[in-house]
Write a protein that binds this ligand. Structure first.
Ligand code: KG4
Ligand code: ZN
Length: 351
């Protein structure tokens, strides 16, 4: 019917400032500013630089998203914002902006869990999520296998998480060891095109018969890359190492995700987060899902990495599910565990 309100979504948890408008599962307009280039020479995100960049970018990003949608601020009927997890100072910029918009417009504010945003991003491309579905979240800070039912209403069940580094973190650190630029994931993906994925026998951590079936561990892989480069001095075949690392990561991720679908009798796998942009993760997931008779959903790469649309998408789901608004004194929660899509750290009853 198109009667639900237009949701403005704001994302500022790391180095991307995103704003977008979503209604009824449709992306109406969006804008994205990145401070990635400012961090490149430090080899990783510098929180203070990220916060400052968000401060400069947030107003223009909201205006650009509205212009992209052909809408005015007065058309916004609800505001959704990432309240965690992420960098504290960076989150605070987005939350302060979102509160200002919600307060001045007199519309509800919804605090959103960043990772739920990654999950919801897929709905903008492929429509409502199947219930239930298996979700593999692979980002710079998180790697988890989740059993998701109604993402706006039900608790999210974690079948397994990484015990140490996230998959994206492994790519970022390994890229540094291989002399590739930040962010490492895309650089490894590019370098791997010219490499042989079977050149280096990197380990497949936690895939033994006695290992936790759905837990992940990637710090050993990073160490294996360090050993490999040390052993060869300056003479590393970067393409081969990148391709072999990418193969090891993609193998472990997709093997576990498809096994979880089988064990739980779930017919759909959704792969989301920055690492879902990886070409080998995508192709191996497609291959293995097809073999297992599992439907695979992966958002296009631009919706895998951080953006405002994914947060607006969660806001839209929450609004349509009739979720209560967050109070205007909602605070950021930099290390929030993923339990529900809505994240209201000051609200009573959900601690
Ligand atoms: O989801 P995201 O944009 O931010 C977080 O919430 O962390 O994920 C960023 C991560 C980084 O570690 C980046 O290196 C990785 O996603 N990444 C990739 C690719 N594109 C981004 N990793 C592998 N291959 C890619 N093409
Ligand atoms: Zn993210």
């Amino acid at each position: 019917m198109g009667a639900s309100p237009i949701v403005l979504g704001i994302e500022s948890s790391c180095d991307e400032t995103g704003a977008a408008l979503v209604r009824d599962g449709r992306l109406l307009g969006q804008a994205l500013a990145s401070s990635m280039d400012e961090h490149a020479r430090y080899g990783g995100v510098v929180p203070e630089i990220a916060s400052r960049a968000h401060l400069h970018a947030i107003g223009p990003a909201v205006r650009a998203a509205l212009a992209d949608a052909g809408l005015r601020l007065a058309d916004v009927g609800a505001v959704a914002v990432t309240t965690g997890p992420g960098l504290s100072g960076a989150l605070q910029v987005g939350v302060a902006a979102a509160k200002s918009y919600a307060y001045t417009l007199g519309v509800p504010l919804h605090g959103v869990h960043h990772l739920a945003g990654h999950v919801a991003a897929d709905t903008l491309e492929h429509g409502p999520l199947p219930n239930p579905c298996m979700v593999l979240i692979v980002s710079g800070g998180h790697t988890s296998l989740l059993l998701v039912r109604d993402v706006a209403r039900d608790p999210i069940a974690h079948l397994g998480d990484t015990l140490d580094d996230a998959a994206g973190e492994c790519f970022d650190k390994a890229a540094r060891l291989l002399g590739l630029p930040y962010p490492g994931g895309p650089a490894i993906d590019r370098a791997a095109r010219d490499g042989d994925p079977s050149a280096v026998a990197f380990p497949r951590p936690l895939t033994g018969p006695r290992d936790a079936p759905y837990a992940f561990s990637f710090s050993g892989l990073k160490t294996a890359v360090a050993r490999h480069t040390e052993a060869r001095g300056g003479a590393v075949a970067v393409g081969d190492a990148a391709a072999s690392l990418q193969e090891a990561v993609a193998d472990v991720l997709t093997r576990k995700a498809v096994a979880a679908c089988r064990e739980y009798g779930v017919r759909a796998l959704v792969v989301v987060g920055g690492v879902a942009a990886n070409s080998r993760v995508r192709s191996l997931a497609a291959e293995r899902c097809a073999a297992a008779g599992v439907e695979l959903r992966v958002p296009p790469p631009r919706l895998c990495t951080d953006n405002g649309a994914m947060i607006a998408a969660v806001g839209d789901l929450l609004v349509r599910a009739g979720a209560p608004a967050a109070p205007l004194d909602v605070s950021v929660d930099p290390s929030a565990p993923l339990e529900y899509a809505a994240l209201c750290p000051v609200a009573a009853g959900r601690v």
